[in-house]
Ligand binder design. Sequence first.
Ligand code: ATP
Ligand code: MG
Length: 587
Amino acid sequence: MSDAASATPKKHAPQPPSASNFIRAAIDADLASGKYASRTWGGQPGPAKAHEGAATDPARIRTRFPPEPNGYLHIGHAKSICLNFGLARDYGGACHLRFDDTNPEKEEQEYVDSIIAAVKWLGYGWEHAGSSHLYYASDYFDFMYHAAEHLIETGHAYVDSLSAEQMRALRGTLTEAGKDSPYRDRSVEENLKLFRQMRDGRFREGEHVLRAKIDMASPNINLRDPAIYRIRKVSHHRTGDKWCVYPMYTYAHPIEDALERITHSLCTLEFEDQRPCYDWLLERLAEGGLLARPLPQQIEFARLNLTYVVLSKRKLVQLVAERHVDGWDDPRMPTLAGARRRGYTPEGFRLFAERIGVSKADSWIEYSVLEDCMREHLNEVAPRRMAVLDPVKLVIENYPEDREESCDVPNHPQKPEWGKRQVPFSRELWIEREDFTETPPKGYFRLFPGNKVRLRYGYIVECTGYDQATGTVRCRYDPDTRSGTPGAEKVKVKGNIHWVSVKHACAAEVRLYDRLFKVPHPGGNEDLNPDSRKIVTARLEPALGQARAEERFQFERHGYFVVDPLDSTPLAQVFNRAVTLRDSWKT
Ligand code: ATP
Ligand code: MG
């Protein structure tokens, strides 16, 4: 399935199959033309002189996944991770995990740790040719500072002393050229002196900024002398108080890519207009001999938008801070930590990334596409079990009170090699409340007085009534209809229901999740679904009593469930529903 089949495209665009998308086509062309054949690698990121004369890069291409450690990764990041690490793997390249930690205010070690865990969980690593490629942009601060002085010295950067408001007023609009700042023509000496004083903490925040000197009349606003360094008197989670000037994303990102010798720098479409600036900056630093050629190239793809969730760290932070959810790893959260706890699988995410592909057009993907991928994988790996989520008691009047027997139940209907297990059967069973009614609507084939159903893997029973006082359903069984015995099929029934023996059942908390937002394209928290979580006490067949944290099962007729790794204890188990068996979300 391509984007076109599963989504509502905003713009019309041809959708290449994911196996050969436009990014792969660009890489194929670059490899065929030998664009990167002469690329050397000095063993670690660095300026031109670190790579000059070094051996040919053992990585045929280099990509990177560059999260800012200011939150937990979400499903949108999974798309980018699968894309970048997947391409590196397929082309014999390396993918770097780089923390883009240039913004000291919002960054924390907790986020760094969670990002590492999430990328590993998805099944990717950053080792290549015997070395690890885990990097921090903050390790390049010295180089970035030095490069900024170089830009000043070569007349490509100046210190501006306008207020943010004045600067905005001179920037112009989409239809109107900007105007030069009165500080644009400061001498190199003055710029250098001011910039050094900025670095030395001699000014207040906002008093001065360093700007690239490009073109205030450019039709592309990004080229109208973008700010590249600003004063921020904040401690950084890795560099502490060493710096009080920090590079802007526009400046830092291309430099990070070039130092790491990235070949293909993949980013989302909102950066398309910044590409000329990316190229301008790298050219200036390469012609000055600071950065090695060939330079990295930026390629943009459409970000993932998924119905019924928000994929923006800023909004996710808010959900956590305002306690609409229990935390970053709440199973309702579209974070990878939440999805993992929900019972989603890395294989399901990789299938999803493959299926949605990459395109140049923004679109919304239906949440059900992700759920289908999870179902497909869980169907393969989850053993079947019986669990009653909303129990009502069924008493078999003609079954001896002290009798017990074992039913043979396959662990997976399509995988006989997984064997069978013994599930105890006795006179009193739990069945689902909705599998019985006193007054059946048309087309109801389950239990009602006078009707027969099969108790899966057991016997056929006929309902004889309902006991109001005790709230139990009564029935009689036919001893000749035990599943798997000759003649079991002699009586034909339309209903086939699951059950758990009362005497043998374990009780467990089961958390049933629904969509977090009630509308497909959520705006703010007013769109939250107040019923996104329902908690029930379920009765489970005894084999589930031994289930371990994160073990996944299919509860027959209900869906896929996982043992909650945080709240579950051997004495009080908690299961989360990952996904129902069929789509109940379609819009
Ligand atoms: P957010 O807006 O959620 O904060 P971000 O883009 O600011 O996301 P980063 O940590 O900067 O988050 O992102 C790391 C990488 O993940 C970037 O290369 C970015 O393009 C990519 N990415 C983020 N969100 C998505 C998305 N929804 N779809 C695809 N890629 C994404
Ligand atoms: Mg960002």
